[in-house]
Design a protein around this ligand. Structure first.
Ligand code: FAD
Length: 367
């Protein structure tokens, strides 16, 4: 018998939920985290009394009462509702596309007027079999919405022209014919009061955590100390990229403390014109209705990803999915290792899905 029942690699949300549940079952666990802090990509850090989302804005939302009750054990959530604003040149629009947006675009007041314009513009495009993302978006929402609110933003996000991107990236572009700026359709949403890091620390209470420790750097040593391992890093990294790296999009965050109370009046402002190099500016205090004298903003720049950079969005095209399947098959042969989380499963997962997947993984373990 090894010293620990479980070695958990990665103190992100997946690893933290998993270890919390294992601790409840009386298992002896050790967590290794290669960064100098816990939380993974939901890490928040206090600056000027404001919780700053270091790895991108994170809003918790779910329609699953079990998951909502689960996370509420570890934090109280505020009533934040995500209502981003889009800025195109000097024009401002509400998102997601709804009656407020249509009024701002065309001066219309009723759903019938808005519907008529959208349907006419869709027809004018004359596209029935979209060959690329541009055609797909035109077919779904017509020219005005596409050109002002979709094209530049998407091209910056993917680093390629919309006409060169595959249509499948945009399956739907929901339009709402009601005056409702709430981005999510879920029943529950909010931000943990005091920040995500505090929530993660609560999950990890009573568990030994070693930060600044890369499991892969001394894998043979760590493998001996536990009976089973949960690995939440990159599955390709685990196997030394033996089939080549899985592809991601990366991001660069540029943060600034400003000597003013309120910079943009909203937590999230998307910059939808191509000429502005960042996709959005986050003003963190508005996630928590902050009244501090100063404010902290972060500009988010999309980047091509290269090995060694932080990986953010998996590029789930056919080629990468096939590559992931090869790694997954190798993973199945590792009989004492489980792979989990967004990197271990090579999938974009919202936080509620990560919590659910971690709980299911625990339930699926037969002792
Ligand atoms: P991670 O947070 O990546 O955790 C994995 C951990 O493993 C990391 O801490 C890493 O350092 C560690 N690790 C990796 N390799 C090793 C190793 N060899 N040794 C030791 N440690 C290792 N979801 C929402 O629900 N709402 C949102 O608003 C939202 N916004 C997002 C914005 C952005 C920009 C992005 C990219 C994602 C967003 N998400 C959002 C998704 C959310 O970030 C994920 O669901 C969540 O962070 C995934 O947690 P995880 O534990 O799977 O992965």
């Amino acid at each position: 018998m090894a010293e620990f029942d479980y070695l958990i690699v990665g103190a992100g949300l997946y690893g933290s939920v998993f270890v919390h549940e294992m601790k409840k079952r009386g298992k002896k666990c050790l967590v290794l985290e290669k960064r100098d802090k816990v939380g993974g990509n939901i890490y928040t850090e206090e600056i000027e009394g404001i919780q700053v989302h270091r790895y991108g804005a994170h809003i918790f939302h779910t329609s699953d009462p079990i998951i909502w009750n689960y996370v509420n054990q570890f934090a109280d959530f505020n009533r934040y509702t995500n209502s981003p604003v889009a800025r195109y040149k000097d024009e401002l629009y509400n998102l997601p596309f709804n009656m407020n947006t249509f009024h701002q675009l065309w001066g219309v007041a009723t759903p019938a007027e808005a519907r008529e314009i959208i349907e006419r513009q869709k027809k004018e495009c004359g596209i029935t079999q979209p060959k690329n993302l541009e055609e797909q978006a035109l077919m779904l929402v017509g020219r005005d919405i596409y050109e002002k609110l979709v094209k530049g933003y998407t091209e910056k996000q993917w680093g390629r022209q919309a006409s060169e991107l595959p249509a499948f990236i945009i399956k739907r572009l929901p339009v709402r014919f009601i005056y409702d700026n709430n981005y999510f359709n879920d029943c529950y949403q909010g931000i943990p009061i005091g920040g995500y890091t505090k929530m993660i620390e609560k999950m990890l209470e009573g568990v030994e955590v070693k930060t600044n420790t890369d499991y892969l750097a001394e894998k043979e040593v760590w493998d001996k100390i536990a009976d089973r391992i949960l690995f939440t890093g990159g599955i390709d990294d685990y196997f030394g990229y033996c089939y080549g790296p899985l592809e991601y999009r990366s991001l660069r965050f540029e943060s600034e403390v400003l000597d003013m109370e309120n910079y943009q009046g909203n937590a999230v402002v998307n910059y939808t014109e191509y000429e502005v190099p960042y996709t959005r500016i986050i003003e963190h205090k508005h996630f928590e209705f902050g009244k501090q004298e100063k404010t902290v903003i972060t500009r988010e720049y999309p980047l091509d990803w290269q090995c060694g950079m932080d990986a953010y969005y998996p590029v789930n095209n056919e080629e990468n999915n096939a590559l992931y399947e090869k790694y997954r098959a190798l993973g199945e042969k590792e009989n004492k290792v489980l792979f989990g989380g967004r990197l271990g499963m090579y999938r974009y997962l919202d936080m509620d899905k990560v919590v659910k997947a971690a709980l299911q993984a625990v339930e699926g373990i037969k002792e």
